[in-house]
Design a protein around this ligand. Structure first.
Ligand code: PEP
Length: 251
């Protein structure tokens, strides 16, 4: 059965003490959120271990925002999937558009990262989505299809149980421009079909597909009411616990 998930992507925001306070504020209000909605916070690497202590034994899950494409060794500055698990992580985001755009993250690298993350026991939140030029050229379906096929078609139906997809139109991230619920729903339904073509209807039906891109308390209800939108990956609005919880309450 697919799950409803609201995941906060803190990106490169908050100091460690601020992050601990934010996590405590999310935990403090988490009891208001119905049990069917899973809350996750994705923090910078430096915050993972102390935030793990805050969320331990609560309903709030912990995610990284990235992981290395090698298991261990001489890769200065990188953080491996095993390290994330040892810091208390259950999830990692992979393929966020900011990593694709600014850090040269390719689908090929994402295959390696996904293999290592799953091998370490992490669940993966894989981000896909088109940029503005691609949307305006009518290529949004092709772009999402290619990203899904290039990465997920290398995995098994069993692996898919540990994978969550986030559709994040790049033109909507941090811009205040949200995809309409119709625009988001048509891509979510399409992604589910691309997954069904390879893995069958059951795997596709069980896949959680999150929407990301300027999702906030005022638009979450309409987005989450769509049949193929199972929750959100939330950037800016996840930095205020009250907004983050208000989004989760939109279910
Ligand atoms: C994101 O970067 O994952 C995101 C959805 O950001 P925002 O909510 O700020 O658009």
């Amino acid at each position: 059965m697919r799950k409803n998930i609201v995941a906060g992507n803190w990106k490169m925001n908050t100091t460690v003490p601020e992050g601990i306070e934010l996590a405590k504020a999310v935990v403090a209000r988490s009891a208001e959120v119905p049990a069917e909605v899973k809350l996750i916070v994705a923090t910078p690497f430096t915050h993972l271990y102390p935030v793990a202590e805050v969320v331990k034994g609560t309903v709030v899950g912990l995610s990284a925002e990235n992981c290395a494409d090698h298991a261990k060794g001489a890769y200065t500055g990188e953080v491996s999937a095993d390290m994330l698990v040892s810091a208390g992580c259950e999830y990692t985001i992979l393929g966020h558009s900011e990593r694709r755009q600014y850090y040269g993250e390719t689908d090929e690298k994402l295959v390696e990262k996904t293999k290592l993350a799953l091998g370490a026991g992490l669940k993966v939140i894989l981000c896909v989505g088109e940029n503005l030029d691609e949307r305006e050229a009518g290529k949004h379906f092709d772009v999402c299809e290619a990203q899904i096929k290039n990465v997920l078609y290398n995995f098994t139906a069993e692996d898919m149980k540990s994978i969550i997809v986030a559709y994040e139109p790049v033109w909507a991230i941090g811009t205040g421009k949200t995809a309409t619920s119709e625009q988001a729903e048509e891509i979510h339904a399409f992604i589910r079909k691309v997954v069904a073509d390879k893995f069958g209807a059951q795997v596709a039906d069980d896949l959680t597909i999150l929407y990301g891109g300027s999702c906030k308390p005022s638009n979450a209800k309409e987005l989450f009411a769509q049949p193929d939108i199972d929750g959100g990956l939330i950037g800016g609005a996840s930095l205020k616990a009250d907004d983050f919880i208000a989004i989760a309450l939109a279910f």
